[in-house]
Ligand binder design. Structure first.
Ligand code: NAD
Length: 471
């Protein structure tokens, strides 16, 4: 994909469009848009065959207006200083949009994950964590990484283990990363959080009748055709929840090709096929598109890019036929393409909002680690008993018997995952409404991305306002 300007410049272009709609001090705005700190590291890796290679890595902390900074950590050949700065900037705005009290951070190691063994990945992850710790670029109150492209809860467990070994007397050390396995202090629901948040964001957008009619669509997710690009953590879970809500996933694109079936694909069956065959290609009933990018151009209601940045740009934007583009990945649509799509009346639900579910649930995990207690542990029994007493009084007074499944929901009380999913849904719904209302109050030409940036800028400015430095 030919790219017009750098990724960080693209994020700043969106920022500038939004900043032009505010009347804040230009010096304050220029302070917000800059990246506060970037750390570049290179270190040797001993490969399993005994050879040595040099690995390059970065961590960017875009904004220290709130601490810790927070953001993913990826393994990808595309990692660069520009990329981590752009992704860290997006994290700053994302955290503000969904009201989590963090600045934005992002890190990455420039490798292709699948070319390295698990042992090599462990060595890289430990060394990277050690280097971050040496320069105070990681810690519960400093900077808290999370899983991202090419990384999973396993890498988070390794980072946590390395950090806690280096800081043995730190009571809150487990809060140094999020997205950990539950046994290592993770929170239930984090693995699926980003995809689930993507689903809530799409559902909320699709629930608004007037907005759907303007696109020539019926309200609701049910029956809508969906194309997914990237069937990893985010893409799989987004596909799964959309499928369960009655949407029809007609195509899924991966790096080695795409599968297409107008009757709809079952994400669970596709995942099972990949587990057995090492690829999503060849699932019975589907046709294969050899060029994975062709899937983006299929006619559909909702296109969900969930792989990497710069997937829709000058080369293909004219051929995109989706009515809604739901940015599950970070930066999948270039700045120029985004402007063209807005002119064509395509609804783009922006990354800075849509994939925030991961950081929302990471926030819950961080709070859990600082509190040292599982969500629901204190109130579950009490709440179950209170409902039991109440329902039995209602049954006695009315003679009405509640169905067993209703009774079970009430009597069990909420467990950790129930509370996490409830907090996630509430956050995603409230944030969408806030962005949409701001869009309605701004100029006609304002798209959801610009409105989301204005919401973020307002909140970040508010955190500087008590300093008395800026008018
Ligand atoms: P992942 O590594 O779990 O999955 C990415 C998938 O995309 C992989 O299956 C990979 O094979 C596939 N892929 C790679 N190149 C492709 C191509 N050219 N065409 C189609 N598929 C391709 O990563 P993830 O965690 O799902 O992250 C995906 C995106 O979501 C990234 O932009 C990431 O920054 C963003 N994101 C992730 C999280 C999170 O919690 N994991 C949170 C917010 C945003």
């Amino acid at each position: 994909m030919s790219v017009e300007i750098s990724f960080f410049e693209q994020v700043n272009r969106s920022f500038d469009r939004a900043a032009d709609l505010t009347d804040y001090d230009p010096v304050l705005l220029s302070l917000i848009r800059r990246c506060n700190a970037v750390y570049y590291i290179s270190f040797p890796l001993k490969r399993d065959d005994g050879s040595i290679e040099v690995v390059e890595a970065w961590r960017a902390e875009h904004s220290h207006h709130k601490l810790p900074t927070k953001g993913g950590f990826r393994y990808s050949l595309g990692v660069s200083e520009d990329e981590v700065m752009a992704l860290a900037a997006l994290m700053t705005y994302k955290c503000a949009i969904v009201n989590v009290p963090f600045g934005g951070g992002k890190g990455g190691v420039k490798i292709r994950r699948r070319n390295y063994s698990d042992d090599e990945i462990e060595r890289i992850t430990r060394r990277y964590t050690y280097e971050l710790q040496k320069k105070n670029f990681i810690g519960p109150g400093v900077d808290v990484p999370a899983p991202d492209y090419g990384t999973t809860s396993r890498e988070m467990a390794i980072m946590c283990d390395t950090y806690t070994a280096l800081t043995p007397d730190k009571l809150d050390a487990h809060a140094c990363v999020t997205g950990k396995p539950v046994a290592q202090g993770g929170v239930r629901g984090r693995t699926e959080a980003t995809g689930r948040g993507v689903f809530h964001g799409i559902s909320e957008a699709c629930a608004i009748e007037g907005d759907m009619r303007a696109l020539g669509l019926q309200p609701g997710v049910g029956g809508k055709t969906v194309v997914i690009q990237g069937f990893g953590n985010v893409g799989y879970h987004a596909a799964l929840y959309l499928h369960e809500a009655g949407a029809k996933v007609i195509a899924i694109a991966e790096y080695d090709g795409a599968i297409h079936d107008e009757n709809g694909l079952d994400p669970v069956a596709v995942q099972a096929h990949r587990n057995d065959h090492g690829t999503i290609l060849g699932i019975p009933g589907s046709t294969t598109l050899d060029n994975s990018l062709d899937a983006l151009e299929l006619e559909c209601d909702i296109l969900v890019p969930a792989a990497l940045e710069n997937q829709i740009g000058a080369d293909n934007v004219d051929r995109i036929r989706a009515k809604i583009i739901a940015e599950a990945a970070n930066g999948p649509v270039t700045a120029d393409a985004s402007e063209q799509l807005a002119e064509r009346g395509v609804m783009v639900i922006p990354d800075s909002y849509l994939n925030a579910g991961g950081v929302v649930v990471s926030y819950f995990e961080w709070v859990k680690n600082l509190a040292h207690v599982r969500y629901g542990r204190l109130q579950k029994r009490w709440q179950g008993q209170a409902y039991r007493d109440l329902l039995s009084e209602v049954q006695k007074a009315t003679g009405h018997e509640f169905p067993p499944d209703v009774m079970r929901t009430f009597l069990n009380g909420p467990d950790e995952q129930d509370l996490v999913f409830s907090g996630l849904e509430e956050t995603m719904v409230a944030a969408y409404q806030e962005i949409r209302e701001r869009k309605a109050r701004l100029a006609d030409a304002c798209d959801l991305r610009t409105a989301a940036f204005v919401v973020a800028i307002d909140k970040i400015v508010a955190s500087y306002s008590d300093l008395g430095i800026f008018p």
